[in-house]
Write a protein that binds this ligand. Structure first.
Ligand SMILES: Nc1nc2c(ncn2[C@@H]2O[C@H](COP(=O)(O)OP(=O)(O)OP(=O)(O)O)[C@@H](O)[C@H]2O)c(=O)[nH]1
Ligand SMILES: [Mg+2]
Length: 382
């Protein structure tokens, strides 16, 4: 496929950045949200040199921060020699424009940062198409702010239709590219349909959960596989499936999936929709949570929110799996079991609880096979 006519704006690599937050909406979580943003910035390759937060006041419609804070931020950017500032909340296209003008620096929001990480991590043709689609959908309403950038790129003979302004041409090119990407994605989906039918007959378990919860580590431990694991966000983008077979010949198809995060850009959820739906179209969802994270309750909610958006009825049963138990003491584990009745507590690293989880999956697979045999034995089902 030909390259896009535009470079989607990217956060600069290895450049100093200042991260910016506003306590406007979620005061009590601001610091941890900023920690997460710092990790995202680091994953994207930027160097966080300072944090700026506005703890009081409401969100300014034109500039997000109040006037005083904008001035303070400008001073910090210049003192710390920072090229870019990254906002923890999503900004409107107008806010980005206004801030860039006032600060004379590049302004990026959380969604754009996440999109950039996805773009960097995408390996397969399908995930590349999906990320590019999400980036262009995100970029389209912001094209006015990219005027200079586009002027440079799209001035060739014949690119402009009669009476079109430069901006209209740019928008048209982006829309055309979006349409082509959607078509390409449809054909990839069709290619996979046969494989999907075959898999429908097996017992399928899917690992879902917040990014960095340890899904891939647990996947490797359960399926004795060798999937990429990293202490960074969004190590996994493409789902991977492995067959697990027990000594008794029970079989489980285990799938590892992309991690979720708070405020996941909705364009990303939309363009990853079909892969996600396929990955989690399982007989059981293993919702993996980092039990040692102080924010685990919010992580669980964020994952549930995304699942709510993409799951259709009937939903597969969901099993809560708390990972990184090696970081908890006995009391904390007991409290966890009391809070989440029927949950599984494991450590993918130490191996604690992994054999039990595997056995449980095999037992469910055997039950599933028996009930499927029961169904197909009925005369009307033949
Ligand atoms: N202490 C401890 N660390 C763990 C455990 N499981 C995973 N980790 C670590 O957590 C980090 C993230 O692990 P991954 O398996 O990549 O997490 P993931 O959920 O697949 O992350 P994404 O693919 O980014 O969504 C790695 O540094 C792992 O070594 C565990 O049981 N205990
Ligand atoms: Mg992973």
């Amino acid at each position: 496929m030909k390259a896009a006519p535009f470079d989607v704006p990217r956060p600069p690599r290895n450049e100093n950045c200042v991260i910016v937050g506003h306590a406007g909406r979620e005061k009590e979580y601001l610091d941890r949200s900023m920690d997460e943003l710092a990790l995202l910035a680091d994953t994207a390759g930027a160097k966080v040199v300072e944090r700026v937060v506005q703890r009081r006041g409401s969100i300014h419609p034109a500039t997000f921060l109040g006037k005083g804070k904008v001035e303070e931020l400008k001073q910090i950017l210049s003192d710390r020699d920072a090229e870019v500032c990254i906002f923890d909340d999503d900004l409107s296209p107008a806010q980005v424009r206004n801030l860039e003008k006032l600060l004379e620096r590049k302004v990026i929001d959380r969604s754009e940062l996440i999109l950039d990480i996805f773009a960097k991590r995408a390996r397969t043709r399908e995930s590349r198409l999906q990320v590019e689609l999400a980036q262009l959908e995100y970029t389209l309403p912001r094209l006015t702010g990219m005027w200079k950038h586009l002027e440079r790129q799209a001035g060739g003979i014949g690119t402009r239709g009669p009476g079109e302004t430069q901006l209209e041409t740019d928008k048209r090119l982006v829309r055309e590219r979006i349409a082509r990407l959607k078509e390409a994605l449809k054909s990839v989906e069709r290619e996979r349909e046969t494989q999907r039918d075959r898999r429908r007959r097996e017992y399928r378990a899917a690992l879902v959960g917040y990014t960095n919860a340890g899904k891939s580590t647990l996947f490797n431990a359960l399926a004795k596989a060798d999937v990429f694991v990293e202490n960074r966000l969004f190590a996994t983008l493409d789902s991977t499936t492995r067959q697990m077979v027990s000594a008794m010949r029970e079989m489980v198809l285990l799938t590892d999936t992309v991690g979720f995060i708070r405020k996941l850009p909705h364009h990303l959820v939309a363009s990853f929709h079909s892969t996600l739906v396929e990955a989690i179209e399982a007989d059981v969802l293993l919702h993996v949570t980092d039990a040692s994270d102080p924010d685990r309750a919010r992580h669980i909610r964020a994952v549930d929110d995304v699942l709510d958006k993409i799951l259709t009825e009937p939903r597969p049963p969901r099993l809560m799996v708390f990972n990184k138990a090696d970081r908890l003491d006995e009391d904390a584990i007991a409290a966890l079991r009391a809070e989440f009745e029927g949950c599984i507590v494991v450590s993918a690293v130490s191996g604690e609880g992994v054999a039990e989880l595997r056995q449980m999956l095999y037992a469910n697979s055997a039950l599933n096979a028996a009930s499927k045999r029961g169904v197909t034995a009925r005369p009307e089902a033949i």
